[in-house]
Write a protein that binds this ligand. Sequence first.
Ligand SMILES: [Zn+2]
Length: 413
Amino acid sequence: MISARYREIGVRMENFQQAIPGYVQQVGWTVKKTISGQNSFMIELKKGLFDKAMIKARGIPQDIYVEVEGPQEIMDIVEQALAGSCDNPGAIVGWKQQAAQQAMELAKSFAGIFPGMIPPPAPAQAPTQPVQVPTPAKPKLEACMHCAAPLTYDPEEVLVICNYCGYINNTTGEQAPRYSMLPIVLSGSQAIEIAKDHAAKGVFVTRGMAESAEWGLIVMRYVPNWAVTINLEGDIEGRKALFKTKDVKKQVAQEVALQAIGGALGGMLGGSGEAVADRTERMSISEAMDVPVVARKAPEFQPDAGAYKIPLDRKEPFKKTGEETLNVEISAQEATERAKGLALQELRSRYTFVSRFGVGAYPMGEPELIYAPWWFIEYRMGGRSFSVIVDACSGSVIAGQRPWLPKGVTKRR
Ligand SMILES: [Zn+2]
């Protein structure tokens, strides 16, 4: 998510909202839905079948806050719309500049997030989006490096598959990385059965309700994943979680529960509860973690770290298939940076409390590109739309907003 706050620019909120559709259309997006409030609005955008984005704005003319979920080009264009609908465009501090300032502040407060954190020797990236520095225009590749057929692709894409011979071209003209693909094992109807099982695990959802949901669009896409291996080295002083969670509130809840157990046990044993509750341990960490990073920019593709394993034992040499293959939008280098953050996050989630986090994340070897066949399934239940992704090779559910039905919602026929 990208966000920025604009002060003292005198925004005319209505004009700003009305200007957005025209601007986003210039970069190929269309408005799907607009919701406007008194001092706020929300615009949902879409591009093609898969790309979704959201613009949210709220505030008063002299202090407005804008949030974009989606690619940076949208934030750029929103800023243009903003400049065209305010009284003092000269006072706009661009979001990139704001992000750079925030990154500096974040770096300063990083010690506060991981108390006692000792910076690893290698230059570490905070687990947030790196600040984008403008890169010089790179030479554009126009023909396949293998068969010389013409290539067409979006400017965001870094690796492009030739439509004629199936060769993977690096648009910078450099050598392509190692790559392979996974076979399709599951049919669409098998994938839907898996999706139903997944849906039925939702709160207040029965298998019968999952069965009678409207199972709609199902499409297959080959999705590029970077398989990155990250070596975690260092030590941690803290308390191990009973179950791992990335949610800080749940981490705190576990802490409280442990102290209560400790206190109760202490009382029964007639001693101090501290001994049980205070399980702070110092552990040395030396672990290689496989981290899949989806090579697409849209966030809805990204599985949780640790939630998806690429079935690497089934990989095969890449060949062109009849299925549509998505091109790569995230370079090996970007994927490695992202994987470092994800690996540290996954490790941190195993602890409820950390008093010292001295772990460094180091990439091992070169990332390998794996094209994985994924079924994208949409369904409607209780008047809402959900989507599930099922890996057609391993059958695992990758992303899936599980339905949560509030009480009183009856099933629809
Ligand atoms: Zn070719």
